[in-house]
Design a protein around this ligand. Sequence first.
Ligand code: MTE
Ligand code: MO
Length: 531
Amino acid sequence: GQNLPRFRINEIRKHGANSENPWIMHGDKVYDITEWVPAHPGGRVILQAAGGSIDPYWDIFTIHKNQYVYDILEQYLIGFVDQADLVDGKPAHDQIEDPFEHDPERDPSLITHTAKPRNAEPPGEALGARFLTPNELFYVRNHMWVPNIRDHESDNHRLTIELVDGTVKVYTLEELREKFPKRKITAALQCSGNRRSHMSEASGRKANGLPWSAGAISNASWEGVYLADVLADAGFDLTEARNGLSEAQHVQFMGLEAYGASIPLRKAVDPFGDVLLAYSMNGKPLPRDHGFPLRAIVPGYVAARSVKWLNHITLSEEESASQWQRKDYKCFGPNQTRVDWDDAPAIQEMPVQSAITGLRLGKWIGSKIDSHALGNDVAGKQSRDDSLGREIYLSGYAFSGGGRSIIRVDVSLDDGLSWDQAILLPDCVSNNGEPSPCQGHGTWAWKRWQYAGLIPAAIFKEKLYNESALVKASSNEHHQNKAWTGQRCTNVLVKAVDDAYNTQPESHAATWNIRGNLATAWHRMQVCTAG
Ligand code: MTE
Ligand code: MO
């Protein structure tokens, strides 16, 4: 190996993704990967690292950190990095490209869980404030970097469709727009990890994954073309498929950065399924974080299937082989901490969910003491004992998968002893001659709800509730104020019911699972008051 040449990093940089002979560095070694690219299981994504070091990518795709991969790579060794460009035997830190260098700017009001890759949720109040979440506040869930497609390149973005018999058809985005009818749907996307932090805190058992609060869900209007229309044009027999006679059983989606997932064929060909290849979000081009220039929208399904930066669709007898299909997004029993991933099906349709995104306390109402008559000293000491109760205003969202609508939202102000119903906002009703903002064959959008009530004075208890049974919503001012300790508290709760009469489980402990998926237990928040 010592006879091999040494290359300056300037030279290596010339062998980028667009060169005829792409090179990569791994440690201080240089490889010519020209012949590896077509054989690489992840496809051309490896070119992302061309002209630079593969190491930061392997920190993301950790499956590569094994001897088998190093052995393959060894065949392509062509030399070493010049000593002049090495620090401690490796290319200097500033010489290694940051895979996230080209990620877009983000709205500072989002609550960031990880910056690289970007994972962030809107604060609760902002989330509930509008029926259609503004694009810049829509939660972001990226497993990797954001592919860098320039505006002027987007018309030429190519989508490849591959049928089971190997037939391939390629469409540019421009062709998709021109050839197929425009379709619009209003749909919420919800990550399987939404409310994971509630599950960890309430059960006292940490679940693996990003600690989302209640904001890994957002709602938007999407425009694009029907997947089914495109499949038919590509030569796929929809009638046969709708009669259950296709060889294909799954539709696999791939994104430009190598993320992949699949849905059952049944959903893709369902005339009421509304699976979209979307290029527009709330009337604007898709933002880069949300899949520019093209993404799948699989309404009513876990958002992990709505693949962003979509460039490849394969019809197959098999599910996608990706870890996001075969692992990660599955649930097991609370006791199952060592799991065989093949034992559980991938999460697809979402269960019923609801959460509180706004909580505000109002006045004490109905004083039995005429404080003016008694003078200021007493008025200042007016407490809950003199009152009927304290006003409370709650608001939030409810959502169910599979196109099922929300029929009722139940609220309790006394930790589940008694219940009342919230008002469901008429967001999907036509208004003043304006058409309804909701489109689609199923109820794909979320439902917002509001509740105004009075917490009876007697309900505020002397002591705090068991801490581990509480959920502290980071979005809520009352909950960030640790000074309450010693004050009087109650738990307020919300749960929703969908049109199949599915409802949410009472406790997170009962549905705890190792990956913290589908944390849908009653959303319980502690409310405290002075006095
Ligand atoms: N598609 C690609 N290509 N890469 C990704 O990392 N994340 C998935 C899905 N599609 C992902 C993807 C997951 S887990 C979720 S929850 C949604 O995108 C998030 O979509 P959003 O960022 O537009 O909210
Ligand atoms: Mo997700």
